[in-house]
Design a protein around this ligand. Sequence first.
Ligand code: SF4
Ligand code: SF4
Length: 402
Amino acid sequence: MDRKKPKGLVYTVKDLCRVCYTCVRECPVKAIKIIDGQAEVVQERCIACGNCTRVCKQGAKVYVRSADRVRQLLDSGEETFALLAPSYAAEFAEIPDSRILVGMLVRLGFSRVYEVGMGADLVSRAYETLYDQNPGRAFISSDCPAIVSFVEKYYPGLTGSMAPLVSPMVATARYVRSVEGSAPRLVFIGPCIAKKGESDEVDEVITFEEVREMLSEARIRPGRTVPADFAPPLAWKGAGFPVNRGMLQCMDLPGNHVEQSVIVAEGRVHFQEAIREFASGSLETMHLQLLCCEGCIMGPGTSRGGNKFVRRKRVLDHLQRRLEESGEEHCRESGRKLDLSARFAVDDQRLADPSEDEITKVLQEMGKFSPNDHLDCGACGYDTCRAHAVAISQGLAEVDMC
Ligand code: SF4
Ligand code: SF4
């Protein structure tokens, strides 16, 4: 079964959409277009951050599900390995012994389960080398696929500043292929929607939400599960990758280098601010380490309603255990042999700004003839009446949203 990257990862269930404009307001790239009174995702513009799926109270924004294809893989008899994202420690709080979780995935049909935190260790070593060998250059981290997509689409001029390195998911896949050959099928299990479109080097990507549904359907519960071990090597510092400053803390940077040369920003507002300032040149040679979510522990494929700091604590507790029982030898050894390089491509989705005359004309169609008419109430999903008028000119919005 060949993996075909899904074209669109997030879409609208039209019958459920009540056109409240919440998703328009919360989309960081204005990839949601109101057309004939429906809030549709413009696939070319979408970076698959999953934000709209979280904020839509009607459940009208959903992401493509891959569980059926994973079930087919597991039923096919082909050897299939799970690559488990390090945020599992935050997600599966009710299963404090991770070996029980591994046992449950084995019961589901996976032959082996690898920790992607191990790939995070490999990637962190590669970042150390990249920073070290390129003094005077600044890089934007490329481990979050939503950030990569954002740069490719909205700051195409910065594509060359992306760190030319793969994500922990792909690093783990390359490691597994290097020791197991190309035959086993690889399924990434994690908190992320954007990962579903990231790479052909894994066969499928499912979220924690999806794997919970699969376990529930198969009636696989922790209580009746025999523990099983992760396939070695275990994660080391990479176990802490999915929290705030996770990558930075995985890296071994000299002295005050950390504070002086790396900016960490997470969440849909802060990552955009950081990229904007980077693009303006005002950050000089500061590297950016960015995550689209508030850490992957809060990714859109995690269970709803999780508390950020409780999740963070669980990951840090797990990290502590890994630091006591694992080591970095595997990183040094495997990292030397593996090619962790990546390339990124421009996919310019910027829209031309309308002229002042066009904006004025649209504002008048909206009934805005003087500054007093500009309520800037935000009800339409745009911060200002002018921003709404610009979106109408660009074909993203309609006059009667006002
Ligand atoms: S997934 Fe993110 S980028 Fe795509 S439409 Fe939803 S909020 Fe916008
Ligand atoms: S922060 Fe993590 S979960 Fe969120 S989009 Fe990026 S990689 Fe995916």
